[in-house]
Design a protein around this ligand. Structure first.
Ligand code: COA
Length: 377
């Protein structure tokens, strides 16, 4: 018997990081030392992306250069559009995105350049092109022509433009912008650790991101924002919410959008996102928007009251993305549009001080035995 097994690596500190710090005891999260709430409300998303990679917030000139660089990298290849059209329209958009990023890596002759500059270039390229891949897939699935990226719009506005051909009210764009900041980075979560593990074998950054996408897809991780929306649809209306939750708890159902491996007293990102969601609901002003808002409030209150389990970030982002007009299966790809920053910053950090990730296992199979030749079995 080896040492005690830490199932799910719970409580295991696997490496150092300077990208973000999760402090469950105070329900707080910082990126490069800045509280996420502060970043989400005082900075636009491009500033935060710059910070995650470059360790400091940009000056005006640095931001202009960064924005120009991102815009220069926009524009997916004709082959990428062809690939998107060719893939199975019934597959989950995360499967399409995973394949598309793998294709990007295969098409990039510099994929193996893992120098700091090489990793940065490829990170910006994925940052600039993944939104267009997600938007193109969204439109092709709906029988529409992809809308190419425009270099005249900001990151978030451009994504709306590529999905819908128009940019919504500033409050709606701001809500999306805030969700980008809040989803960007969260220390050694499953997908980030997957990306670091892949990078630790000195594999290329596209492989690391492709693996990260595969990990994020699961409903216990990024897929929860989609599951939250299905749950809200199942609840149906605010006046059914309390009874629905009590019944679900009685049946011991796993309620999507609640609970967290690290935060046990509330997810630091939720109040900021909930506030942005509420502001957006006020602007949209429809009965449907108000209903989802009310329903969410009741489910949250009942879960905290009955179980002491708090909502995580996926709880407000699910309905927020839905009310922005996105289809449920692209909620997790939208998460990727943001988390590409955190993953790639971790890949850079891993490569800068690499140690191959290779834990031990506790063998519980049959004891060693002799092979009996086939004719005697
Ligand atoms: N619904 C119902 N019960 C939940 C719950 C949820 N969402 N999350 C935790 N619990 C319960 C567990 O069943 C457990 O009950 P038990 O003690 O009777 O066995 C108890 O709360 C403690 O769970 P814990 O060990 O703290 O959870 P975990 O760290 O293993 O799991 C998650 C964390 C995220 C996997 C889990 O909370 C979950 O599945 N949540 C829903 C999916 C989700 O929203 N994922 C996104 C995460 S950001």
């Amino acid at each position: 018997m080896t040492d005690e097994v830490k199932y799910g690596l719970a409580g295991v500190v696997a490496d150092d990081t300077a990208v973000s710090k999760v402090m469950p005891e105070t329900n707080s999260l910082t990126y490069r030392g800045y509280a996420v709430q502060d970043l989400a409300t005082k900075c636009r998303w491009e500033e935060v992306a710059y910070l995650i990679w470059n360790r400091e917030l940009p000056t005006g000139a640095q931001l202009d250069a960064f924005v120009a660089l991102e815009r220069k990298e926009r524009g997916i290849s004709a082959d990428m559009v062809k690939l998107i059209r060719m893939l199975n329209p019934k597959a989950h958009p995360m499967d399409t995105l995973r394949t598309a990023v793998s294709f990007m890596g295969q098409a990039d002759n510099t994929a193996e350049d893992s120098s700091p500059a090489g990793l940065y270039d490829k990170s910006i390229r994925m940052f600039a092109q993944i939104p267009e891949i997600v938007a193109a897939d969204f439109r092709v699935r709906n029988g529409k022509e992809p809308i190419p990226a425009t270099k005249d719009l900001g990151f978030c506005e451009n994504f709306f433009h590529m999905c819908f051909g128009k940019v919504p009210a500033p409050e709606i764009v701001k809500c999306f912008d805030i969700s980008m900041t809040l989803y960007a980075e969260h220390s050694f979560n499953a997908s980030t650790f997957t990306a670091r593990t892949i990078a630790s074998s000195l594999s290329d950054i596209y492989s690391a991101v492709t693996g990260g996408i595969g990990s994020l897809k699961g409903p216990l991780h990024g897929g929860a924002n989609e599951a939250v929306m299905h749950l809200l649809m199942e609840v149906g209306s605010a006046d059914r919410a309390e009874a629905w939750m009590l019944q679900a708890l009685k049946e011991k159902r796993n309620i999507m959008g609640f609970g967290h491996r690290v935060y046990k007293k509330g997810d630091s990102r939720v109040p900021t996102m909930t506030d942005a969601f509420r502001k957006m609901v006020d602007v949209i002003g429809t009965k449907e928007a108000k209903e989802y808002w009310e329903m969410s409030r009741i489910l949250d209150d009942v879960m905290v009251r009955e179980k002491g389990i708090y909502p995580n970030l996926d709880f407000p982002t699910g309905p927020a993305y839905y009310l922005m007009g996105f289809e449920i299966p692209i909620f997790t790809p939208i998460f990727v549009i943001s988390r590409i920053t955190g993953w790639t910053a971790h890949v850079m950090e891993q490569r800068a001080a690499n140690k191959l990730v290779r834990p031990l296992s506790n063998y519980i199979g049959v004891a060693q035995r002799d092979v009996v030749p086939i004719e005697r079995r």
